[in-house]
Design a protein around this ligand. Structure first.
Ligand code: C5P
Length: 232
């Protein structure tokens, strides 16, 4: 089986308070999604990268993507939720005959531009022989508080065995598609939770906090620093 990457990039990024969807915000003079594509592109095992855009996306065509043309496949079939965008992308790629049911799919957020080649290789190496698949994640380091609606602490939660899910998340086409179809009515925020809802146990692959999701405006400066400092 082959390896493919899929980047759902059909979100509006409402928490960013910006006119431009966040995947296009500038990071070291490139749109954020450029960095995510770049890392996936340079991994030898990844055969193609599917980009799922919203049908009303007006930003993608403003940039020159020709340096990635040997692997990049743009699909304009984004949905109402992240899960819909991933599912639409998978279904479209399959219909076009681009992927096989046993192929591995690495779903990666456009908004995680600080992924490294080391983490990507580790994820693939540790999961290739796995029955289910899994995801990059980091153990929670802060103490966790559960609050009431007035921001008063109701309880301190144990952080033992609690991880923060990142991407890429790597599952086979067949299982991932089935999971996302089943999850349509559930309120999921990542691919792994759809797999979990089917009763499977995705594997957590120890990642790095640097692979964080750019969510708020001030995250941009931190992401720029991490990318500039990178030695690999
Ligand atoms: O909003 P959030 O940061 O959780 O989005 C995660 C990723 O999912 C982003 O890359 C975003 O573009 C994508 N997304 C999507 N389609 C949606 C909503 C989000 O492709 N309807």
């Amino acid at each position: 089986s082959n390896f493919f990457a899929l980047i759902p990039a059909a979100g509006s990024g409402s928490r960013m308070n910006s006119e431009v969807p966040k995947q296009y915000l500038a990071l070291n003079n490139k749109p954020m999604i450029y960095h995510s594509i770049n890392m996936l592109y340079h991994n030898q095992l990844i055969k193609s990268i599917f980009i799922v855009l919203a049908s009303d996306d007006c930003d993608w065509i403003k940039y020159d993507w020709s340096e990635f043309s040997s692997k990049l496949i743009v699909l304009t079939c984004g949905g109402a939720t992240r899960a819909d965008s991933v599912l639409n992308g998978l279904t479209t790629a399959k219909l076009k005959g681009l992927i096989d049911t046993s192929d591995w799919i690495l779903v990666h957020d456009a908004a995680r531009p600080c992924l490294t080649s080391t983490l990507l290789e580790k994820l693939i190496n540790e999961l290739t022989q796995d029955e289910v698949g899994g995801l990059l994640a980091v153990p929670v380091s802060d103490t966790l508080k559960r609050s009431n609606l007035k921001s008063r602490v109701m309880q301190t939660e144990s952080r033992e065995n609690i991880w923060q899910a990142q991407t890429p998340q790597m599952f086979r086409y067949e299982l991932l598609t089935k999971a996302l179809q089943n999850a349509e009515k559930l309120h999921i925020t990542d691919d792994a939770s759809a797999i979990e809802a089917l009763g499977f146990f995705p594997k957590l692959i120890l990642s790095d906090t640097y692979n964080f999701k750019v969510t708020y405006p001030k995250d941009l400066a931190l992401a720029e620093l991490i990318i500039q400092q990178r030695i690999n």
